[in-house]
Design a protein around this ligand. Structure first.
Ligand code: NDP
Ligand code: RET
Length: 318
């Protein structure tokens, strides 16, 4: 038990892999044992990776519960099973990606993304926030994305789901401040997790019916190739994001927005440098369609351009 205070109860969604798993393990392994981690996942048959990574913290500072963010029943049952429903820190991490030409994506697939990324997070906050407000304490963390701030071609629906959650949180944060409840967004750029692998597997097997041949070619031959370069040049590890999240939790005055990748900051900065939106739209167009083959070099230049001023605006894992 932590000396000089109670352990904080941290509930995390989507811990079967990737960022959620790494946050759960990092907090459970805290040397001062300041956290009791409730790691949740929708399918407990996928617990092995987490259990292995948790090592001897499993059953001590880390416990496992089943939770599907898309189900009212599952969320209610899970929170009711927590002692006194007391959660100090809620980490909304569960999320799914969706990539490809909009013409070939069914409305049901699009709704599934919003059900998980937007309504799933809202459902969790709705369930946990009233107790936090009553206690006048708590911290809600939301795993957003750089795509919550800026659109990326062929990620139209995923981007929209993250924009939606950014808008929701930006509104919510003001009210919560009145009740001494903190709300922070974490905004990673590309991160090497199953998120990336799952999407690449999808792309390999999909035919993209409904989209014309040129669009499919731009998507597969131009976007996907550039995206691979960008992941290679700028990709962070899930451990990096876990460290950034821990820093935000442990900060005495946590920021509302937390970009994690200083190499991606110049890309986001374009949005704020030109409020008409022209700069980002035309730069992205040029990067993709005019200098596509130079993406490697472009990414290197981007690294050089990342001045210390921009670095200071991100939360670094170290
Ligand atoms: N990887 C990246 O480049 C980036 C990711 N993010 C965000 O980070 C978060 C975590 O993604 P990441 O770790 O990369 O990807 P992973 O695919 O590795 O992890 C996603 C997790 O969400 C879970 N999940 C999906 N649907 C539900 C649901 N209905 N209920 C509960 N859990 C669910 C998955 O569980 P299951 O195994 O059952 O599918 C899995 O545990 C997401 O919100 C994503 O949008 C943000 C920026 C960049
Ligand atoms: C292709 C391309 C881009 C791609 C960015 C990517 C691939 C970002 C991935 C972010 C992820 C995976 C976020 C998850 O939430 C840029 C840089 C906008 C520039 C224009 C061309």
């Amino acid at each position: 038990m932590a000396s000089g205070g109670e352990q904080k109860v941290v509930l995390i969604t989507g811990c079967s892999s990737g960022i959620g798993l790494r946050i759960a393990v990092l907090l459970a392994r805290d040397e001062q044992k300041r956290y009791h981690v409730i790691a949740t996942m929708r399918d407990l048959r996928k617990k092995h990776q987490l259990v292995e990574a948790a090592g001897d913290t499993y059953g001590k500072t880390l416990t496992l519960l089943s939770l599907d963010v898309c189900s009212d029943d599952s969320v209610r049952k899970c929170i009711d099973s927590v002692k006194d429903r007391h959660i100090d820190i809620l980490i909304n991490n569960a999320g799914v990606g969706l990539l490809g030409p909009v013409e070939s994506i069914s409305m049901d697939e699009m709704k599934r993304v919003f059900e998980t990324n937007f309504f799933g997070t809202v459902r969790m906050i709705k369930e946990v926030m009233p107790d936090m407000k009553r206690r006048q304490s708590g911290h809600i963390i939301v795993m957003s994305s750089v795509m919550g701030l800026q659109g990326v071609v062929f990620n139209d629906v995923y981007t929209a789901s993250k924009f939606a959650i950014e808008g929701f949180c930006e509104s919510m944060a003001v009210q919560l401040l009145k009740f001494n409840v903190k709300l922070s967004l974490i905004e990673p750029g590309p991160v090497h997790t199953e998120f990336e692998t799952k999407m690449m597997e999808e792309v390999a097997k999909m035919e993209y019916p409904g989209a014309d041949a040129d669009t499919v070619r731009y998507f597969k031959d131009v976007y996907i190739q550039s995206s691979i370069d960008i992941f290679e040049a700028l990709g962070q590890t899930p451990e990096d994001i876990a460290k950034c999240t821990k820093k935000v939790i442990e900060s005495s005055r946590p920021r509302f927005r937390n970009l994690t990748n200083s190499l991606y900051t110049p890309i986001v900065a374009m949005k704020y440098a030109d409020e008409t939106g022209g700069l980002s739209v035309h730069t992205f167009y040029n990067l993709l369609f005019n200098f596509g083959s130079l993406m490697h070099i472009t990414m290197s230049i981007l690294k050089c351009l990342t001045c210390s001023c921009l670095r200071r605006r991100t939360i670094s894992p170290d």
